[in-house]
Design a protein around this ligand. Structure first.
Ligand SMILES: [Zn+2]
Length: 194
């Protein structure tokens, strides 16, 4: 999920990951809408080994490079039930959350906000999400934890868990709005711009 539109470009620049961190990391290209992997459900994580830790850090680096606040494995072409979230976009290292095998265990309230997706660049739409969600997940070491998110964090959790189930935010839009976006993407593809 990209940073909300409210963020100014100067904030976006400051949010970039420190050079020293990103230099050692693999920056994955982000898979765009139209690739079937984005619409498939993912395989649960079983091996919590060093490779998974590496992958999670590479996903953070890739997400920061794309100025995102959330990234799910299918978005880098991997069928794996793992996502990363950092609503501070790299400003606070303590805000980094690895979500392996996440599930929503409680949701409360409603909030309608504009949302976008790194895999559907240039398009946004209003999506109704719970205002608060509590999720249960495992970290990169396989340790289980629960975390409650509010507003943008709750939205990021829902958006990324949707990705792990093969669901994109445009599926939450009206058919009219969704078809409009799909038509525009089709046109961009024809022009070789997608
Ligand atoms: Zn997304």
């Amino acid at each position: 999920m990209p940073m909300p539109d409210k963020s100014t470009s100067s904030e976006a620049t400051q949010a970039a990951a420190p050079e020293t961190l990103s230099a050692a990391r693999k920056i994955y290209p982000i898979v765009k809408y139209g690739d079937p992997i984005l619409e498939k459900s993912t395989t649960p994580v079983k091996n919590f080994d060093a490779d998974l830790g590496q992958l999670a850090e590479d996903m953070f680096a890739s997400m920061y490079a794309a100025q995102g606040v959330g990234l799910a494995a299918p978005q880098i072409g991997l069928n794996l039930r793992v996502a990363v979230v950092d609503v501070t976009a790299g400003k606070n290292p303590e805000a980094k959350i690895v979500l392996a095998n996440p599930e929503i265990i409680h949701a409360e309230g409603e909030k309608r906000e504009e949302e976008g997706c790194l895999s559907i660049p240039g398009f946004r739409g209003y999506v109704l999400r719970p205002q608060f969600v509590t999720i249960k997940a495992q970290n990169a070491k396989g340790e289980s934890f629960e975390i409650r998110g509010e507003d943008l964090l709750a939205r990021a959790f829902c958006h990324e868990i949707d990705h792990l189930n093969g669901i994109l935010f445009i599926q939450h839009l009206s058919m009219l709005k969704r078809d409009l976006i799909k038509r525009k993407i089709k046109k961009l593809k024809k022009q070789g711009e997608w």
